[in-house]
Design a protein around this ligand. Structure first.
Ligand code: FE2
Length: 317
């Protein structure tokens, strides 16, 4: 008897428009982000491509959708509202889980006019465990769907001009350890969501996850079944090999990117998590935007069973 749960992962949609931004909102690092949007990013991240991606995801009917950060450009309140409207059209908060990216916390910002608008898509199921939600303290988030535990981290933090670093921080790491152990004891399939790639070298130094080594230590001790990230804006399929675990670490290009490059154009990933007797396995496939067909299509064959075996990550007793 097998149990199958399908997850769609998209990332870095950068879906907001800065067309009507007021100059008074740009008196900070945001002016650099605004200039980047005017000169480059608004041509690169296209709402019509993102709309096609959403249509394709809905046709695929995944059980859950995860978005691994960077929904905005410079984290303005008006962008958060724009994203909130888009999320409401995408799906119910119970079926959509998001975490923030560095662009969503471009500078220090007021929680109530920004992240509070996304709360229903970020919040944990277990309110008594994760009671307070003030800035990053609602992370790690925990959402359980069937046998899947979605564990969300925030790596978003303001950084100096021309840097896009992230960090998890000691308090989140401490809580992550507890959640991984508890969910492992319940034999759930633990998926860690974070914006910055946790494997050093996946992105340039100026975009790195500062405390990647601490994250690795926690995962080494506690295990996890899958790690999903964004930020790199390209396809990235790697593994975190520890003494007791081989954990797939997978990133996806920006969901709205107009690019002919096979690894940098708009894509999303589908993961079929299969529980069969005492074994978990993952089969994943990539759907990407075809400029020739002007729609999303399957990129390559879905990962076959033999390859899925490579991603068998946990033998249950
Ligand atoms: Fe990012």
């Amino acid at each position: 008897m097998s149990e199958i749960f399908t997850i769609a992962q998209l990332s870095d949609p950068h879906l907001s428009s800065l067309a009507n931004v007021k100059m008074k909102d740009l008196l900070s690092k945001r002016v650099l982000g605004y200039l980047s949007w005017r000169l480059n990013r608004r041509a690169k991240y296209r709402p019509e491509i993102l709309a096609d991606l959403v249509e394709d995801i809905k046709f695929q009917q995944p059980d859950h959708i995860v978005i691994t950060g960077d929904l905005t450009h410079i984290g303005l309140p008006q962008e958060f509202q724009e994203v909130k409207d888009w999320l409401d059209a995408l799906g119910a908060p119970a079926k959509v889980t998001i975490i923030p990216g560095n662009h969503d916390m471009y500078v220090e910002t007021d929680w109530e006019s920004t992240f509070a608008l996304w709360y229903s898509y970020m919040s944990s199921d277990i309110a008594e465990v994760f009671r307070s939600c003030v800035r990053q303290s609602c992370f790690p988030s925990l959402r359980i769907r069937n046998s899947i535990a979605f564990i969300g981290l925030s790596t978003a933090r303001p950084s100096a001009p021309f840097l896009a670093v992230g960090s998890i921080g000691p308090s989140q790491l401490q809580a992550l350890e507890r959640v991984l152990v508890e969910m492992g004891e319940r034999r759930l399939f633990r998926i860690i969501l974070l914006h910055h790639p946790p494997i050093f070298g996946t992105v340039p130094w100026r975009k790195r996850l500062i405390d990647h080594a601490s994250f690795r230590s926690v995962v080494e001790r506690c295990g996890a079944e899958l790690v999903l990230h964004g930020h790199a804006h390209c396809t990235s399929i790697r593994e975190m090999v520890t003494k007791n675990h081989v954990i797939p670490v997978i990133g996806v290009p920006a969901a709205s990117a107009r690019s002919q490059h096979p690894n940098r154009g708009a894509q999303y990933n589908l993961y079929r998590i299969i529980r069969q007797a005492s074994t978990w396995s993952i089969q994943f496939s990539v759907r990407g935007y075809s400029h020739a067909e002007k729609r999303f299509i399957g990129f390559g064959a879905p990962v076959e069973i033999e390859q899925a075996v490579k991603f068998r990550v946990k033998e249950l007793p």
